[in-house]
Design a protein. Structure first.
Length: 234
C-alpha cells in the first residue's frame, strides 16, 4: 500500500503587495498620531523654556532692586563721608545705543556681606550701573555694594553682575506732590526732596523665543523713609 499524499497548507506563503501597502498605510497613520503631539510639545518647550528663564531673571532682579530701594536711607544731620562727596540719592537718565540705560546710587542701611568680612558698616552705598554686553548688543545690570564707615575714606567697590539679556532699563522718580521726573540729582539746587517718594522700574528683555520683540516688567516702589528724611531736612 502507498501512503496517501498530504494536502496540508504551505506555511511559506508571502505577503501580497496590497497587504504590504495596507500595513504601511496603517503604520503611517499611527506614527502621525503619536508624533504630532510630540512635535507640539517640542515647539512648546522651545518657546517656553527661554521665556521661563527671562521671567526668573526678572523676578530675581526686581526683588533685589525693590528690597534695596525700600532700605534707602538719609539723615541730613549725619555726615556720609569725610568730604561729603557721596550723595544720598542720585538717579540719572542715561542711554546706550539709543536705549534707556538709567543708573541709580543711594545710601542704604542694608548691606550684603559678599566678602564675608563680618564687619557691620554704618551705612552702605548701593549702585546700579548699566553696561553693554561683550557677547551681543544686550545690556546688563551691575550691582555695587560699598560699606561706608563714618569718618573713614572708602573706595567704591566694583559692581557684580545681577542680570543680563536686557534691551533697556528705566527708572522714574516721584516727589511728595507726585511730580514725575527722569532724573533725581541732589547735587543741583532744585533737587527738591531728599529722597523720592516713589520709584518706577521698567526692565525690558529681548524675547529670545521670537514670539515678540521684547518682554517688559514694570513695578513701582515706595520708599518708606522718604517722608521721614524730608521732615528732618526742612
Amino acid at each position: 500500500m502507498h501512503p496517501e499524499p498530504c494536502h496540508c497548507p504551505s506555511s511559506s506563503r508571502g505577503f501580497t503587495l496590497l497587504e504590504v501597502m495596507m500595513a504601511f498605510a496603517v503604520f503611517s497613520v499611527i506614527a502621525a498620531i503619536i508624533y504630532s503631539p510630540f512635535l507640539g510639545v517640542q515647539k512648546f518647550l522651545t518657546i517656553t523654556e527661554p521665556q521661563a528663564d527671562i521671567y526668573r531673571k526678572a523676578r530675581i532682579t526686581m526683588t533685589r532692586i525693590i528690597e534695596d530701594l525700600e532700605s534707602a536711607y538719609y539723615n541730613p544731620l549725619q555726615k556720609v563721608s569725610p568730604d561729603d562727596e557721596v550723595l544720598p540719592f542720585t538717579g540719572l537718565d542715561q542711554e546706550i545705543d539709543g536705549r534707556s540705560a538709567d543708573t541709580i546710587r543711594f545710601i542704604s542701611k542694608a548691606h550684603i556681606d559678599f566678602d564675608g568680612a563680618g564687619e557691620v558698616p554704618d551705612m552702605t552705598l548701593i549702585s546700579y550701573e548699566i553696561l553693554k554686553s561683550d557677547r551681543d548688543d544686550s545690556l546688563m545690570i551691575l550691582r555695587g555694594d560699598t560699606p561706608l564707615f563714618l569718618g573713614n575714606e572708602q573706595e567704591e567697590t566694583e559692581g557684580q553682575l545681577l542680570c543680563d539679556g536686557l534691551l533697556s532699563v528705566n527708572f522714574k522718580y516721584h516727589d511728595a506732590e507726585d511730580n514725575e521726573s527722569d532724573n533725581w540729582d541732589m547735587s543741583t539746587d532744585d533737587s527738591g526732596d531728599l529722597l523720592p517718594r516713589l520709584v518706577d522700574i521698567v526692565l525690558e528683555f529681548r524675547d529670545v523665543s521670537g514670539e515678540r520683540n521684547s518682554i517688559k516688567f514694570m513695578t513701582s516702589v515706595a520708599l518708606p523713609l522718604a517722608g521721614d528724611s524730608d521732615d528732618d531736612g526742612r
